[in-house]
Design a protein around this ligand. Structure first.
Ligand code: SRM
Ligand code: SF4
Length: 560
């Protein structure tokens, strides 16, 4: 039987000489702001995407100009930890080469948007000089490794952070292409290094890993290809429960694509984490679908066979058996806003950054404010998987000064913001995301106000509720785990999903399709009325929708 046809991206990877392609030549072509087509695929592995300003597309087309091309650079930042000095470097680069904003992503990384081609190398080199790279921040490899960011002062969190860094390092591609192209590193003879984990064509598709520390599931561990849930016994890290095969991306109208919660696969000791991770990655490398990219994530590899097959493969590759999964409990997937004290007497302050966009706008001068804080802060910063920022490891003596700056620059929104706004996530969408079908980040303030108003009308004002919005079904704000989600279908129109929970344990369901704002508010109104009238004490909206029979029952992660 003939081997199935490979997708075009597989051929680009195979011919790329370990991700080099003709990126150097593409960068040197001054007649265009774009890269050659194949190189546009390859630069993703170096942490950057070619984009164009979609707001300007029509105007430029009429003026017979090429689109306003620029590049987004995404950092690799395991667990979202950076120093104040690194923050200041990125802030400076955002002002000098980017669009004047820093974007904190749903995977604890920074994105700089708007860097033009001729300044791309300089920007990446400057980031690296501050010891921040963008290797494997995108592409068909393991991406930025998440680690629970809340309560970073506890010993279990510190250990989770160390493991996130080790895992990220262990799964880094070995090619020197990044160093050669962006940092003028020495050329490797032949340009064909061995990739012991990935092989010549890397993975069939992107791959994501996260480490969660109960009781906070801020990383949404069940949304990842590979997850580790820290199990703390007698005050020490006993090991991790392993989760495999989560993923959220779908395509409208394509029933062969679906969001999937990861399976709970067993328990392992800390020393087993790297061998198990490597076995999961190489199994996906060998069995993942390299013909159809929409079917290439690990979730389909496992769904097409089954978990027992997958576990047997992992145990065969590692040479040891996984133990039975141990009990764990998540209470929330949100961030704990405000000040809290760590076990070592230092403090942390979790701030709300709407959609993760660090920008100066009116009285809320977030970018300037955080830069000032970075100037005096002696601890570090943590980007959270909820697109927020934690000022971590604050010396008690620095609290008052930091608090004053927080107030001066309008960074204290977490105190005043309505719960629905404070907990919401929105993906970037327009104008930079080429895949956006509708607005998300730019629509978030208006849509959360409208939803809050509706809740107010039903006497539910101030109730916590988890709302997420994405500009297309790829699900970058992890909408399929929210109690209420809007998923972009067309400009101004969204699919309405309902019934997730606030712990990241349950997928929501598609409730109505292709609604404009009036229509989704009208759809939600009777459901809010029912919740207000019939709920049990403290019952959350998603749970109520299921108990009341308004939504069909679904399986909870970890309950099988
Ligand atoms: Fe994402 C593609 C932004 C987290 C699923 N995502 C994109 C691109 C790069 C569009 C593109 O391919 O050209 C977006 C760039 C927009 C822009 O202008 O910045 C983009 N994704 C983001 C970010 C910035 C959203 C945010 O607002 O924070 C997040 C960056 C994370 C990071 O630092 O690495 C981001 N993306 C996610 C998540 C959430 C997560 O991983 O926890 C998901 C769902 C989980 C998953 O992967 O299953 C996600 N992004 C996707 C997909 C669908 C993947 C799939 O399996 O179908 C795409 C499209 C693709 O890969 O073909 C995509
Ligand atoms: Fe773009 Fe879609 Fe991701 Fe939003 S969900 S950033 S629109 S790919």
């Amino acid at each position: 039987m003939a081997a199935p046809a490979l997708s075009p991206v597989e051929k680009i990877k195979a011919a790329s000489r370990r991700l080099r392609g003709t990126i150097v030549e593409s960068l040197a072509e001054s007649a265009t702001g774009a890269l050659r087509e194949d190189d546009q695929q390859l630069i993703k592995f170096h942490g950057t995407y070619q984009q164009d300003d979609r707001d300007l597309r029509e105007e430029r087309r009429l003026a017979k100009l090429e689109p306003a091309y620029s590049f987004m650079i995404r950092t690799r930042l395991p667990g979202g930890v950076c120093t104040p000095a690194q923050w200041l470097v990125l802030d400076g680069l955002a002002g000098r080469y980017g669009n004047g904003t820093l974007r904190l992503t749903s995977r604890q990384a920074f994105q700089l948007h708007g860097v033009i081609k001729r300044e791309l190398k300089e920007t990446i080199a400057a980031m690296n000089a501050a010891l921040i790279d963008s290797i494997a921040a995108c592409g068909d490899v393991n991406r930025n490794v998440l680690a629970s960011a809340n309560a970073p002062e506890s010993p279990a969190h510190a250990e989770a952070q160390v493991w996130a860094e080790r895992l990220s390092e262990h799964l880094l591609p070995r090619t020197r292409a990044y160093h050669e192209i962006w940092l003028d590193g020495e050329k490797v003879a032949g340009g064909e290094e061995v990739e012991p984990i990935y092989g010549a064509t890397y993975l069939p598709r992107k791959f994501k890993a996260a480490i969660a520390v109960p009781p906070i599931n801020d990383v949404d561990v069940f949304a990842h290809d590979l997850g580790f849930i820290a199990i703390v016994e007698d005050g020490r890290l006993a090991g991790f429960n392993l989760t495999v095969g989560g993923g959220l991306g779908t395509t409208h109208g394509d029933a062969a694509t679906w969001p999937r919660l990861a399976d709970l696969a067993g328990f392992l000791t800390p020393e087993q984490l790297l061998p198990v991770a490597e076995a999961v990655v190489t199994t996906q490398r060998d069995f993942g679908d390299r013909g159809e990219r929409k079917h290439a994530r690990l979730k389909y590899t496992i769904a097409d066979r089954d978990l027992d097959w997958f576990k047997a493969e992992i145990e065969h590759r590692t040479g040891f058996a996984l133990q039975a999964a141990r009990p764990f409990a998540f209470t929330s997937s949100g961030d704990r806003y405000g000040w809290s004290e760590g076990h070592d007497g230092r403090w942390q302050l979790a701030l709300h950054i709407e959609s993760g966009r660090v920008v100066d706008r009116g009285n809320r001068r977030l970018r300037t404010g955080v830069a000032h804080i970075a100037g005096i802060h002696r601890g570090d910063f943590r980007l959270t998987p909820n697109q927020n920022l934690i000022i971590a490891r604050v010396e008690p003596g620095d609290r008052a000064r930091i608090e004053a700056l927080v107030e001066t620059y309008g960074l204290d929104d977490f105190r005043a913001a309505r719960p629905i706004r404070r907990e919401a996530l929105a993906c970037v969408a327009m104008p930079t995301c080429p895949l956006a079908m509708a607005e998300a980040e730019r629509y978030l303030p208006a849509v959360t106000s409208a939803l809050d108003q509706l809740m107010e009308e039903h006497g539910l004002g101030g109730e916590p509720i988890l709302f997420r919005i994405s500009g297309c079904p790829n699900g970058c704000s992890r909408p399929y785990l929210a109690e209420i989600a809007l998923v972009g279908k067309a400009p101004g129109r969204y699919n309405l999903h309902l019934g997730g929970d606030r712990k990241g344990l349950r997928l929501n369901q598609l409730y109505r399709e292709n609604l404009d704002e009036r229509e989704f508010l009208d759809t939600l109104s009777p459901l809010f009325a029912a919740w207000a009238g019939e709920r049990r004490t403290g019952e959350e909206f998603g749970d109520f929708l299921h108990r009341s029979g308004l939504l069909a029952a679904t399986i909870l992660a970890g309950s099988a």
